[in-house]
Write a protein that binds this ligand. Sequence first.
Ligand code: NDP
Ligand code: 2IT
Length: 449
Amino acid sequence: MRALDEKVLPVYETVLRRNPGEQEFHQAVREVLETLGPVVAKHPEYVEAKLLERICEPERQIIFRVPWQDDRGEVHVNRGFRVEYNSALGPYKGGLRFHPSVNLGIVKFLGFEQIFKNAVTGMPIGGGKGGSDFDPRGRSDAEVMRFCQSFMTELHRFLGEHTDVPAGDIGVGARELGFLFGQYKRITNRYESGVLTGKGLSWGGARVRKEATGYGCAYFVQEMLGVDGRSLDGLDVLVSGSGNVAIYAVEKVQALGGRVVTVSDSSGYVHDPDGIDVELLKQVKEVDRGRVSDYAELRGGRARFVPDRQVWDVPGDVALPCATQNELTGRDAATLIANGVIAVAEGANMPCTPEAIRAFREAGVLFGPGKAANAGGVATSALEMQQNASRDSWTWEHSEQRLREIMHELHRSVYETAEEYGAPGDYVAGANIAGFVRVADAMLAHGLI
Ligand code: NDP
Ligand code: 2IT
């Protein structure tokens, strides 16, 4: 961890006091505040307007009951959340996560990060996040539908294409978004395409949105390596996770000439030294809703499934954590560094612990934080909103070209901001500061609200 500037420290102390026990939220706030010392030194007007205090406090936090019935008729009660964090730049925007680990602190950490990530994309979107402690694993389509309908029956009153626009995240993909959109449409009697993103292509979805987070992460690594004239070509890459972000990170890394040798899930990992067969992975995960152990089995003798372990023990040149928060610790970072890793980029949100990030910085490993490296997903969501607003539908080529341009521009802006604020090569500082300044300036312009 880095020290906190004396003007920033009281803000952090207030956050700790006001939000007891929310460890992930504290971690996310601290990581941003640690990098803002040079910003408050340069902008006394931010301090005077208490912008840091205001940005740390969500505009609105919604918690609601989600009752539903399983296929046997048994009643379940889950908890739903939506944290509408900051609307200085546009409608609240951010995903919904369905996972048993979801609680208010998790949603707040994700919503807080989303503010700055969305700002760095340069798109007109504010920050928010939501979800539920519902576990979709092992549930039938009918059960997932009933849960989604109950969830949206409450959430719909807070949404709108100009108000709050959710999308997917862990446990929320095309199937869940379909049920959520259907229920919103039914309750409101409005075909309001722009109220959700990540939709299916036949009902208002945008080409490349499904692929965008993973593709964007690969492009971001390519940009970081490109500063020194290097590229992904010929490099061995470790990917963790095997969901939406991981699958399309694998696909794009391989298209750019890298060889991805691992994927994982919460049961263990697969080592596939010849390179992951991404079409087989899609079949197992997207069509069959299977596990990475099934992938290893179908791959015959080529790949090995290692239960209850993580991918970071495998030697590789580049590491892309694409599963979940705090999945890569200081110890894992030490192993990666000893094995010669040269670049790490966060496909997931906050997957690296503060100790891991410090170890990478001290070892001179290129490190792309999630706020930059996984921003391609939400940026393409903003493109989906743009297409919905104009009732248009772009081609694959145009959409992918836009994503490539956005990631190029985002990398440039983050890189240059780090230099401007005296932290050359520090993408964490660059992303936090670039995002913060955009939001802070808009908040100042809007007055004390
Ligand atoms: P998916 O639900 O598609 O996949 C999640 C993957 O991560 C699965 O392989 C899952 O394994 C694994 N995982 C989840 N939780 C845990 C856990 N507690 N321990 C171990 N493994 C876990 O989600 P996404 O791919 O959409 O999201 C992955 C990450 O990327 C998240 O951090 C998300 O916030 C972030 N992200 C997603 C974006 C998007 O557009 N979808 C955009 C930007 C960031 P298992 O099946 O065993 O649970
Ligand atoms: O963390 C994220 O950026 C997402 N889950 C995607 C959010 C979005 O609105 O597309």
